[in-house]
Design a protein. Structure first.
Length: 300
């Protein structure tokens, strides 16, 4: 798979996620945040599991043996994923979809910052202006300049640190293990088990609450988790984490498009300019490194 194909997979993941914010807000019924998060990830794990087992056997036989460090990394990635998703879900139920989409995009500039500080990993110079433009484009597109921050937004903001960490961990593990489907399914299983165990202990959900949230669990579990997060893991094997974060941020654009198509919502010229700014940032990350301007100058 080349980088262009990988980025198309990441874009498809963003499309799916863009349609999921509304479902996450209205599809939980009376089920608690932690239990809902665990249930949807467990569904996602079961969706990917048959493909993951097949890939695991092939990689073990033909390429490399899985090490204890690989499983430890997957355990850490699944735990970070659960924390990020639970914090975001808790915030979504206490704020607007508009604020949720905008504030989640805070992880975009965090990815290259954390990569530079923690991993000492330098990125192409285009990443920095593109990440900033992408964030402000999301701000304009979401219309967040017209609403006030509420308590739930703090939960969304806190989740972005874990989303940024998750993006970096996924990139590392997908490349190292050469088994992105195994990474995807295993991290979902970790996140799902954590959510259900903590959920039953903290929230004590009833059968009726679980049934009432069934369609939301199924939709998010199959599409947002099983498909989109798997596409992310596969795509990030061939795309740097900072680039991936910018591409994935286009979920805001696709959320707006879905709103126009299915809900009859309309965007102002200012909001449309925000979408153009996001797409322009993505194109800059993709195309500028291929130009003479984007290539490092030879030493003389």
């Amino acid at each position: 798979m080349n980088r262009l194909q990988a980025n198309l997979l990441l874009t498809l993941a963003a499309i799916i996620w863009g349609s999921s914010f509304v479902v996450q807000q209205i599809g939980t019924g009376e089920l608690g945040t932690v239990t809902f998060t665990g249930a949807r990830f467990l569904v996602g794990a079961l969706v990917v599991l048959p493909f993951a087992v097949r890939q695991f056997l092939r990689v073990e036989r033909e390429e490399r043996k899985f090490q204890v460090s690989d499983w430890s990394g997957i355990l850490a990635t699944g735990s970070v994923l659960f924390i990020a998703a639970a914090l975001q879900q808790h915030g979504i139920l206490r704020t607007t979809v508009t604020n949720s989409g905008f504030l989640t995009a805070l992880y975009v500039p965090l990815v290259p910052v954390l990569g530079l500080i923690v991993l000492q990993r330098k990125v192409h110079f285009t990443i920095w202006p593109a990440a900033i433009c992408c964030f402000f484009g999301t701000y304009i597109l979401s219309g967040a300049q017209e609403v006030d921050l509420v308590a739930g937004d703090l939960w969304i903001i806190s989740s972005t640190i874990f989303w940024a960490t998750h993006v970096m961990l996924v990139g590392i593990l997908a490349s190292r293990t050469r088994a992105p489907l195994v990474v995807a399914s295993a991290q979902f299983l970790v996140s799902g088990c954590l959510g259900l165990l903590l959920g039953f202990f903290i929230e004590s959900p009833s059968v009726g609450q679980i049934v009432g949230a069934g369609w939301g669990i199924a939709y998010i579990g199959i599409f947002s988790v099983g498909m989109a997060f798997t596409l992310q893991v596969v795509g990030q094997r061939y795309t740097p984490a900072a680039d991936a974060a910018i591409i994935l941020s286009s979920e805001t654009v696709f959320a707006a498009i879905c709103g126009m198509i299915f809900l009859g919502e309309r965007l102002s010229p200012l909001q449309l300019s925000g979408g153009i700014l996001i797409l322009g940032s993505i194109l800059a990350v993709e195309l500028l490194p291929m130009t003479r301007l984007g290539r490092p100058r030879p030493l003389s």
